[in-house]
Write a protein that binds this ligand. Structure first.
Ligand code: F6R
Length: 606
């Protein structure tokens, strides 16, 4: 995690850095800092503090420095608590640097090189600064190359040397760095989001290469110090940010955008009423040849995989596993050349997902990545990519990325059903007709958001909550519960409702509100019986139910009718309702909805 940035050019650097850090804050926001080469003295001035980029702006204003070259950092703490000393940049001797990643052997390096006396923080990063200073005798390339030979772990290091004015150096392993020509200078950052619409092209800094940023040139050298030809990519991804508009939080804006972005995600894949992955370049052969499917993903993206698993099992009747990417390699996964691996990720940078994908490919599996951010690491690592059309998602809690992942996955499953002969023309038509109704069904939920706001008030005081359902409903609720816990801090468990009585029902009291989801006609009776079991233990129940499912509304504390769709399509309206529920609870608790504590939007540490 962590966002890093560097700028050297003709403009005032503090504005470039602070603006870019704000755009990168979703990678981490517990402390921020920057280092600038002072125009007047030529010395490097560091300003840093615990807190947000807005706090750094204040620190800066109280102690201004003007310069044209500098580096910045917004932190998500790994080694060492959240305090001013542990914030980046770190300076030792002539070296000042920022770092994204984790140096696993930093304790051993500290001891081996006797660096402890030079350190003032608890971070792994400062050890790297001290090591680089140890090796630096005037040749920055030689010092960087020598230093990284000793490092175990992941790193994106961005460095300025006090005796090399207006040049920024960087080197990386796994953790990303992109570089670009900027109006009046050059710039680098953790990802293209930080370029904020100021560049048309960018390059991904290759691993284990030294990149040099001058005011008018970007140069890349390999580890043998040979100059390399940089490969630039077009930015066909909107890196400008048009703000929150009329909404108090990005999360609400992003929830409201869902009908539009789902339609966009579907439209290029529905050709003359048929499901098509031609624009994605996914050959039918790949969809036909596989014998099993395996999803590797984390958090919300993994929950999208669980919903798809229901579809794969019911429609394709194929074996499918959905794995936490972080656990994948350690669970002896059954993967071979007949396995189709789906790597699902909004950012395309989640390191657990990236490493799981690499592992699966080493076993011979074919892979399709379902990704939001164009050109990201997972997209580049995969055989094929299906891009979702969610557009930039700024709120830490994922909403539109999740439902566009569902849309893309539904098309994929449907197309597999066609090419494998499971769907005839009529079945494909029914499936497509159901899918194209998703945006409208979601819109109907969004239009009634004040009803959900009202229901949310009943959860404001809860310390614990449960969400119960069976089958597909349970998969949908896993995501609903994650939303509620991550932004409202209410401990919420999604539970398969039939499983409650095997132990967990002991936790149900009149103080544990229960959200029940009933969208599947065939298991209605069993679901309603399970709801009665929690009511008998005193729990109040919010029921989200598909319109048309018969029940007595008076039996429940709150009922929200979800627009009726085919059972398999119900994740769309149900997810919108659950997102809004979490959103209103968080907002009415007075929390920072977009930036919940301890989290970051992009998770680039294992
Ligand atoms: C929760 C959330 C996370 C992410 C997870 C994977 O709202 O956003 O659980 O889904 O960190 O991130 P990506 O999709 O970028 O791989």
């Amino acid at each position: 995690m962590c966002g890093i940035v560097g700028y050297t050019g003709k403009q005032n650097v503090e504005k470039q850095i602070l603006d870019a850090l704000e755009l990168l804050e979703y990678r981490g926001y517990d402390s921020a800092g920057m280092a600038i080469m002072d125009d007047l003295t030529g010395q490097i001035q560091v300003r840093k503090c615990a807190g947000r980029v807005s706090d750094l702006r204040n620190v800066w204003c109280q102690n201004l420095v003007s310069g044209r070259c500098g580096i910045g950092h917004t932190r998500w703490a790994t080694h060492g608590g959240v305090c001013d000393e542990n914030a980046h940049p770190h300076r030792v001797g002539r070296i000042t640097l920022v770092h994204n990643g984790i140096i696993e052997n930093y304790e051993a390096l500290k001891d081996h090189f006797g660096l402890a006396d030079q350190l003032v923080s608890e971070t792994d990063t400062e050890v790297v600064a001290a090591l680089l200073n140890h090796f630096y005798t005037g040749d920055p390339h030689q010092a960087l190359v020598e230093t990284v030979k000793w490092l175990k772990g992941t790193f994106a290091l961005v460095v300025i040397f006090e005796d090399i004015p207006n040049v920024i150096f960087a080197i990386r392993n796994v953790s990303p760095i992109v570089a670009a020509y900027h109006k009046n200078g050059t710039m680098l950052a953790s990802d293209v989001a930080a370029l904020g619409g100021q560049a048309d092209r960018y390059l991904v800094v290759p691993e284990y290469h030294v990149v040099e940023l001058h005011q008018d040139a970007i140069q890349i050298y390999d580890m043998e110090d040979r100059l390399c030809e940089p490969e630039f990519l077009e930015i066909d991804w909107d890196t400008t940010r048009d703000g929150k508009g009329q909404y108090p939080f990005y999360m609400e804006k992003e929830i409201m955008e869902q009908p539009e972005v789902i339609e966009k995600t579907l439209s290029s894949r529905l050709v003359d009423g048929h499901l098509s992955l031609e624009a994605d370049g996914v050959p039918d052969e790949v969809l036909k040849a596989c014998e099993r499917i395996c999803v590797v993903a984390c958090g919300t993206a993994m929950h999208a995989g669980l919903v798809a698993q229901n579809m794969v099992r019911s429609i394709l009747r194929m074996p499918m596993d959905v794995e936490y990417a972080s656990e994948f390699m350690y669970m002896d996964p059954v993967i071979d050349e007949k396995t189709l691996v789906l790597a699902i990720s909004q950012s395309g940078e989640t390191i657990d997902t990236l490493e799981a994908l690499k592992y699966a490919r080493r076993q011979g599996a074919k892979s399709i990545a379902v990704i939001n951010v164009k050109g990201s690491s997972i997209a580049r690592e995969s055989d094929y990519v299906m891009y979702t059309a969610a557009g930039p998602e700024i709120a830490v809690a994922s909403t539109k990325a999740y439902t566009t992942q569902l849309a893309a996955l539904f098309v994929l499953v449907g197309r597999m059903a066609v090419v494998r002969g499971v769907f005839d023309e009529a079945a494909e038509k029914t499936f497509v007709n159901g899918l194209v109704q998703a945006p409208e069904a979601m819109q109907k939920v969004l239009d009634r958001r004040e009803e959900i706001h009202h229901i949310a008030r009943g959860l404001l005081e809860a310390k614990d909550a449960f969400m119960i359902g069976r089958g597909l409903d349970y998969s949908i609720l896993l995501e609903g519960a994650l939303k509620l816990k991550e932004i409202s801090y209410i401990h919420t468990e999604a539970y398969a409702s039939g499983e409650l009585k095997h132990g967990t029902i002991a936790l149900i009291t009149e103080k544990t509100p229960v959200v029940a989801l009933v969208t599947q006609e065939r298991i209605r009776d069993k679901e309603l019986s399970n709801i009665r079991e929690v009511q008998s233990r005193g729990a109040s129940v919010v029921l989200l139910v598909k319109d048309g499912i018969k029940l007595n509304q008076e039996d429940y504390d709150h009922v929200f009718m979800l627009p009726a769709m085919a059972d398999g399509m119900m994740p769309f309206p149900a997810s919108a309702a659950l997102q809004l529920l979490a959103y209103y609870v968080s907002m009415d608790r007075g929390l920072d909805v977009d930036k919940p504590r301890n989290l970051a939007k992009v998770v680039t540490v294992e």
